[in-house]
Structures are given as C-alpha cells and as structure tokens.
Design a binder for this molecule. Structure first.
Ligand code: UDP
Ligand code: MG
Length: 349
C-alpha cells in the first residue's frame, strides 16, 4: 500500500538512534498554560519506569509561547522531542504526525491538558505486556467534570457511531490509548487523509484491552475543540465509516413518491367533484418541504464528494517544520537548536 503523503520521517543522512521502549505522543495547540503542569506530572512518572522513553510533543502550529516553552524544557529533559508543524493542522493530523514519527516499541497518545491521567500509562503498558495486546483504550468511566453539553454531545456521538459504523466502536474511548509497534506500523501504511483514530483503530480488529479512568477537568487554558471542530469531527467520523446518509435520499425519495401517489388520488377525486380551487397552503408547504429535502440530500452528497476530492488531491495533511530528533548535535545551552533555519517560518503571533 502507498505510504501517506507526508514529509519524510527523517532528514536524510542522520543516524537513527536506538528505539526507546515507550513513546508518548502529545499533540498541543496553544497549551502554554498547561505545559508546566504536564511536564511536572509526566516526567517523574516516565523516569520512574526505568526504561528508555521519548516524549514526542507535537506543536500543532501554536500561536502562543508553546514552542518556546517546549524548547526551553528540552534543555533540561533530553527525552523530550519537539515536532513542530508549519501550521495548525488539527488534532487528528497532529496525532498522525506524532504516530508517524514515534519510534517506541509502544506508543501512547495523550492530550496535553491533563484531562487524561498520565499515571494510567503505566497500567496500559503493564496490561499490553501481560496480555500481549496491540491496543489499550483509555475509557472515560466518569465524565462528571465535563460540561453537560459536552457529555450530551459525546453520548450522542458514540451512540450514533456504534449504530452507523458498528458495535466494535468502544464507548467513551477518545484519543488516550496505547498502541504496539505493529499497530503503529499498520496505521502508517494506511492512506487515510482525514483519519478519526478513535474509530479507525478499533475498525482494524487489533487485540485490545481497556483501562478505565475518571476524566479530570482541564488543568489550564480553554478547550481547543469549539463547536465548529466538534461538528467537523462528527461529520468526518460519519463519512469515514458509513454510507448510510447517502441512502437517506433514496428513502426520502421513496416516501415522497408514495405520498404523491396518495395526493394524486386525492387530487383526482377533488377534480371530479369540482372542488379544486383552494390549495395554496398545501402547494406552498409541499414545495418548501421538497426543496428542503433536496438541499439536505445534495449537501450530504457534497460531503462525500468533498472527501473524494481531498483524497484525489493527495496533499499532505501536515507539514513538519522541525523535529529535534533530526538535529545533528544535542541542544547546547543558549538559544533553542534549529536544524534547518531556512525551513523554519517565523512563529506567527
Ligand atoms: N489540539 C491540537 N490541535 C488542534 C486542537 C487541539 O493539537 O487544532 C490538542 C490540544 O492541545 C489537546 C488535544 O488536542 O492536547 C485535545 O484538545 P482539547 O483538550 O482542547 O479538547 P477537549 O478535551 O476539550 O475535547
Ligand atoms: Mg481536553
């Protein structure tokens, strides 16, 4: 299968360091406030594992001080690797960048806002090793700290996806999960342009386990998933995994055809009895209703055609401006190391 069109995973010619046991991929977008608490909690935990690890912080085109803070932290924490994307590519694309570049035998993805407890990484790793699993899903057993709106929309999302895609979609499993190297390598081969990992990964049928946790409140900052992005994720999820909306047009068409047959009989009877003058309201309603239904069906078709269009274009879903693992020398004290200043666009503010 053809590899997804992304930038090469390494700068040609740089030696590949030994693979760590664990990679922790953290996509972050404007997370300057969450970064220090995240590092304070993640580092002792990973150091305590007593095994080689790397933390792949994917800066998804942040406009705040996230990249500078990351580079600063890297000087004290050699296992921290910074992958900086050229522009904001979105959570799933940032995850793709991290998964494609992670080198660990196991790869855990986790949000930067500490809503998912990093301590569970240890449990995930132990479970994967004990039961020889390819995936361990973090399952939110309690979303008490989320807003009622978020809980409601999330409940509707998982219900709809289980109905449309299949019962293999784990309930309340987001993007906090562990993957084995074998699973990551398979994901890297897939030509997905707009992956929705929480559906894509279960659909591949890996041997999976679950680790439950109560979802905490965001440690700092605001959610980076406003309603617009939530709707986009839901539309991507549906169009990625189900053609059912396309069939809606057929069913609506059939229903209106049957209704028309009834109305025809009604019309003929009315004509025969010479009572055909009133009818403005029914005509008006019928025209509006059918117009609306047709537009909805066209819109649904458009969503799928849009996906085909994006797939045919084969444009990269993210572009990497910098990966500190590609830097020829270890970072020196002073200004942050920059392997390719020419390729580095100014950090937009
Ligand atoms: N994120 C990202 N790119 C984006 C939006 C979000 O990398 O365009 C990251 C964000 O920094 C966080 C994770 O994705 O680490 C989940 O986002 P967030 O916590 O805001 O979502 P929520 O938990 O509110 O659904
Ligand atoms: Mg969050």
């Amino acid at each position: 299968m053809e590899a997804p069109p992304t930038t090469p995973d390494r700068t040609p010619g740089t030696p590949r360091p030994a693979a760590p046991t664990l990679s922790v991929v953290v996509p972050m977008y404007n997370e300057e406030d969450a970064l220090v608490p995240l590092i304070d909690r993640l580092r002792p935990l990973l150091d305590g594992l007593g095994e080689p690890y790397e933390v792949v912080a994917v800066d998804d085109g942040s406009r705040d001080a996230t990249p500078e803070l990351l580079h600063g932290a890297r000087r004290m924490w050699p296992q921290l690797r910074v992958v900086r994307l050229r522009r904001n590519a979105g959570h799933q694309a940032a995850l793709t960048a991290g998964l494609h570049r992670a080198r660990g035998a196991y790869v855990v993805s986790i949000d930067a806002d500490l809503q998912d407890p990093p301590e569970k990484i240890v449990d995930m790793l132990a479970l994967a090793r004990r039961d020889r699993l390819d995936v361990v899903y973090g399952v939110r057993s309690d979303r008490g700290t989320d807003t009622g709106f978020k809980r409601g929309t999330a409940g509707a999302y998982y219900w709809l996806m289980r109905r449309l895609a299949g019962a293999w979609v784990p309930r309340q499993a987001g993007d906090f999960r562990l993957l084995s190297r074998a699973a990551v390598d398979i994901l890297r081969e897939l030509p997905e342009q707009q992956p929705v990992y929480r559906l894509l990964i279960p659909s591949l049928g890996f041997r999976g386990g679950e680790v439950d946790y109560p979802r905490a409140a965001r440690v700092a900052g605001e959610t980076k998933y406003p309603l617009r992005r939530m709707v986009r994720l839901a539309v991507d999820s549906v169009t990625n995994f189900s053609a059912a909306p396309l069939k809606l047009a057929t069913w609506l068409g059939l229903a209106s055809f049957l209704f028309c047959l009834l109305m025809m009989v009604f019309g003929l009877v009315a004509y025969a009895n010479d009572v055909t003058v009133p009818g403005w309201a029914s005509l008006f309603v019928a025209v509006l209703l059918l117009g609306g239904v047709q537009l909805i069906c066209l819109g649904l078709l458009g969503e799928y055609i849009g996906r085909i269009y994006t797939a045919v274009q084969q444009r990269p879903t993210y572009l990497v401006a910098e990966d500190t693992a590609d830097a020829p020398a270890p970072p020196a004290p002073g200004p942050a190391a920059d392997p390719d200043p020419a390729a580095r666009p100014a950090v937009s503010r």
